[in-house]
Design a protein around this ligand. Structure first.
Ligand code: ZN
Length: 230
């Protein structure tokens, strides 16, 4: 699927409006945005922001620029799922997992607007996007795929309200049956913050605790985070 950068995302249904970034294809090539080449720091920032995939079962992408090979050999030239970047500029950017490949192999240049959104210092402030995701996560009547995606994306907010929503979600049996592992990973990603001190996890469902264990195995300060770790 190919979209011009910074156009409204419409590949799949998602509870928040998003802008596309890095959806390259044969029609528009690497989409020269006029931005300068990516520096090593830009690359580190993007890689750090691209640790956790969402929308995993929904779409498979492969590189239009590399020669076609057998599916099992595709490796980094194809991928399943998306990264969501929650900018401090209030925008949410959706990229295919292939974005790192496009940067590293095809000299794709992330638009400056997105680089700036990713590097603005400070924590992401709790905002309307966070409110919406927390509301979707906890709404039994909401679309179950939305709820599962909300469980993944809420961990972008290092905020006690995100943790409280995830902890409450951990006891929703229907949600946990499909997204328990992701709920656990998100809780695990928030456990190192002061607001999480004293949080008891022993009474959480097993699948959630397994997710927590997995998150703790790959802390955010890991020097060599694999892109698309989860
Ligand atoms: Zn390629």
């Amino acid at each position: 699927m190919e979209y011009l950068d910074l156009t409204p995302y419409k590949y799949f249904s998602f509870p928040l409006p998003m802008l596309t970034v890095g959806w390259l294809g044969a029609g528009h090539g690497a989409q020269d945005s006029g931005a300068p080449p990516m520096t090593a720091a830009d690359l580190r920032t993007l890689r750090a922001a691209s640790r956790r995939r969402g929308m995993i079962t929904l779409g498979w992408h492969s590189c239009d620029f590399c020669p076609r090979v057998e599916d099992w050999l595709e490796g980094s030239r194809s991928g399943n799922g998306e990264y969501h970047y929650y900018g401090r500029d209030g925008n949410t950017y959706a990229a295919p997992v292939m974005i790192m490949h496009y940067v590293e192999v095809h000299a794709y240049r992330l638009p400056l607007q997105v680089r700036q959104a990713l590097t603005t210092p400070g924590e992401l402030p709790w905002d309307g996007r966070a409110e919406r995701l927390a509301e979707v996560l906890l709404a039994p009547s909401a679309d179950m795929e939305w709820r599962a995606e909300a469980a993944i994306d809420l961990a972008h907010w290092h905020d006690p309200r995100a943790l409280a929503a995830l902890r409450q979600a951990a006891y929703d049996e229907e949600l946990i049956s499909i997204a328990g592992h992701d709920v656990g990973i998100s809780i695990g990603m928030l456990l190192s913050f002061d607001f999480a001190s004293g949080l008891r996890t022993e009474d959480l469902p097993l699948v959630v605790r397994e997710g927590i264990t997995e998150a703790l195995r790959h802390p955010a300060q890991d020097e060599h985070p694999a892109a698309g770790l989860w």
